[in-house]
Design a protein around this ligand. Structure first.
Ligand SMILES: [Zn+2]
Length: 372
């Protein structure tokens, strides 16, 4: 079956082997790939490849993995609300981005690509560098200068070439796009394969829930790569008749960078502060797929929630006091529970996505004043 990359804005189509990362009209591209999911057909161990029937890989049996297993769906209580925490920070590189990198890098292997360029605020760079190391692919990672040192060290140690770009996240993206003229631009913010990888998280959540959809799923949102992966998987499962209604998808952003809220209010997103913000993983002023994120919110009856640094710190501590050490970006999703709690029905099942490991943000966490 020939798969095309298609533009939802102007309708243009690109064959897979053209390796286009963006439409000529400037819009992101989606994959013209609508698998028919059947839970009865699942076989094999609890790993990414268990869902190979819905993954856009030509040779899934040849795919390289770290033998990743399901991440726990762990019961916790935040602000008096019982939730299930999806502990994706336990994946190999310490964040959910492994799911996208797994798919993306294996797709590169299938297409014979030996050199990739990625720009990232941290976690996706780590994931791309690790899976590139696994696959023997040369990875060039563009990262804003001033990012968490732990992530920078992690990327370099995997053997990727690190290019630190002064200025904003957009300056970094521009530098990567320039470099990508000679390499494959594996930008997780644009790339639809990445989303088909991140969607494995919702298949896992559903299987761990005996195919009963939760009522609410709360996700920190920067470029929306997990949020949109969840949306993609939910649509596939609805098409297959596995679910009859969508959980409400809640997109959480920091008060310092809230383009979803700004867009809804008809405002521009202000420039970011010079200093790196606490929830650095979701500090993306202009997510390429912003309209798609808003569509997912609308179609699921979800919402966007904006949280303050103080709420993030409280949430981070509330999680750690239950033995779960997450990075501030993940704590943003926990913080949203407090804002939502009065509107949740008692019997509703809430899933909170814990996206990144606390050990990645030690330098940031240790600077949090005790009195904040
Ligand atoms: Zn287009």
């Amino acid at each position: 079956m020939e798969v095309y990359l298609t533009c939802p804005s102007c309708g243009a189509q690109y064959p897979e082997d053209e390796v286009a990362w963006r439409c000529r009209c400037g819009c992101y591209l989606d994959l013209d790939f609508a698998p028919r999911f059947d839970p009865a057909s699942l076989e094999g161990p609890e790993c990414f490849l268990r869902y190979r029937s819905v993954l856009p890989l030509t040779f899934p049996k040849k795919a390289l993995t770290f033998g990743e297993s399901f991440t726990p769906l762990h019961p916790m209580v935040f602000y008096g609300v019982p939730v299930q925490a999806k502990m994706d920070f336990l994946l190999t590189t310490g964040s959910f981005k492994d799911r996208g990198a797994f798919l993306m890098i294996n797709k590169c292997r299938e297409m014979g690509i030996t050199r990739i360029v990625e720009d990232s605020s941290g976690n996706s760079a780590c994931a791309m560098a690790a899976y590139s190391a696994l696959a023997g692919i040369e990875a060039h990672i563009f990262m804003p200068a001033g990012n968490s040192s732990a992530k920078t060290v992690q990327v370099r140690t995997y053997g990727a070439t690190l290019h630190k770009v002064p200025g904003t996240r957009s300056d970094c993206a521009r530098a990567a796009e320039e470099a990508a003229k000679n390499s494959y631009y594996a930008a997780h913010t644009w790339n639809p394969y990445f989303l088909h990888g991140t969607k494995t998280v919702i298949y896992e959540i559903m299987e761990q829930s005996h195919w009963q959809a939760p009522d609410v799923i709360i996700v920190p949102v920067g470029s929306g790569s997990q949020f949109l992966g969840i949306w993609l998987g939910l649509q596939e499962m609805k098409r297959a008749g596995v679910i009859s209604r969508y959980p409400r998808l809640v997109a959480v952003q920091s008060e310092h960078c809230a383009p979803l809220k700004n867009f809804m209010e008809g405002q521009q997103t202000p420039q970011l502060p010079k200093e790196p913000i606490l929830a650095e993983g979701i500090a993306i002023r202009q997510p390429p797929r912003l309209r798609q994120i808003l569509q997912a919110i609308n179609e699921t009856g979800g919402e966007t929630v904006t949280v303050t640094d103080r709420q993030i710190v409280d949430a981070l501590k509330a999680s750690a006091r239950q033995g779960v050490y997450i990075e501030p970006t993940s704590a943003a999703a926990v913080a949203a529970v407090e804002q939502l709690k009065d509107r949740l029905q008692k019997e509703e099942r809430v899933v909170v996505s814990l996206t990144g490991h606390g050990l990645k943000a030690t330098s940031r966490v240790e600077k949090i004043p005790d009195n904040i």
